[in-house]
Design a protein around this ligand. Structure first.
Ligand code: PAF
Length: 282
């Protein structure tokens, strides 16, 4: 596995691969890798000749300086996981390399980002779109792989690709869960034992809500029941629970026939913010 640290190295590596007729899969990450990330690498490996993973804790997508400071960083352990999973090149740039000048361009994804993560983390999707656009331009992948745990992020990136005509395909891979249902996340490492013990409640609440959606319980009631269950656990501070259209991400008042529903939540456990979602095809 090649280690690349400069934008020029990444461009040269992927350009050479393209010219040799290789298909390039890009797996953008912020590191602290877990089985969910490795699944993205394996999916890319199955479909592409070159698998370029990137590890960059992107400062422009954090609206909370403490969250950025505490984000887990374990570059050596990450690199050791990537090669066996099929990664052929790892791009690990510095902040100065990715942002030689502070960016002034601002992305606005309209209604897609007026809800949930976009509403609760102002500027978050601007930062995600900025860094993902840079990576797409530098690596020019044929496919880019993202996890469905970040359902709204995937929707925003699909919009970005459509609006800016990036010539690549977005592949979204299912959320990987611990045995007790907790969605894998780099932030799980920061949970203390008590918070970790409480954390499976998030998925339990989503599973119960999904069952209600299938039974036709109105969205407002589903939301209220989920919020009440979360509020009952002293270690959990819910931020939002949403019952939304899976494509437009707009909150639902009623179910529309034939349209998938996404149930999303964000909650704080002992100072760690976690998100999760499940999709219900009705
Ligand atoms: O999902 C993430 O880890 C990040 O938001 C991404 C896509 C790597 C951009 O920094």
């Amino acid at each position: 596995m090649q280690i690349l640290t400069t934008a020029a190295e990444l461009q040269a590596y992927t350009e050479q691969a393209r010219q040799a007729g290789q298909r390039i899969g890009l797996v953008p990450t912020m590191g602290a890798l877990h089985a969910g990330h490795l699944q993205l690498v394996q999916a890319a490996r199955a479909e592409c000749n070159e698998v370029v993973a990137t590890i960059f804790v992107n400062p422009t997508q954090f609206n909370n300086a403490e969250d950025f400071r505490l984000y887990p960083r374990v570059p050596e352990a990450d690199a050791a996981l990537l090669a066996p999973a099929g990664c052929t090149a790892l791009f690990v740039p510095s902040v100065e390399e990715m942002y030689p000048r502070p960016p002034v361009l601002r992305f606005d994804f309209g209604d897609l980002e007026r809800v949930m993560e976009g509403a609760h983390r102002p500027g978050h999707f601007n930062g995600v779109a900025t860094v993902v656009s840079k990576l797409f331009h530098l690596a020019r992948p044929h496919r880019a792989y993202f996890g469905q745990k970040d359902w709204q992020q995937v929707a925003v990136i699909r919009q970005l690709v459509a609006d800016l005509s990036f010539d690549l395909e977005i592949v979204a891979c299912p959320t990987i869960r611990e045995a007790d249902g907790l969605a894998m996340s780099s932030r799980n490492r920061r949970l203390d034992p008590a918070a970790r013990a409480a954390a499976p409640l998030l998925h339990q609440v989503l599973a119960a809500a999904a069952a209600q959606v299938r039974q036709g319980v109105p969205p407002a009631q589903v939301r209220a029941a989920a919020e009440a269950t979360l509020a009952h656990e002293p270690l959990v501070t819910p931020e939002y629970v949403e019952v939304a259209d899976a494509q437009t991400l707009q909150p639902l008042e009623n179910y529309a026939p034939g349209r998938a529903v996404v149930l999303c939540l964000a909650a704080h456990l002992g100072g760690v913010r976690l998100i999760d979602n499940v999709v219900v095809v009705r």
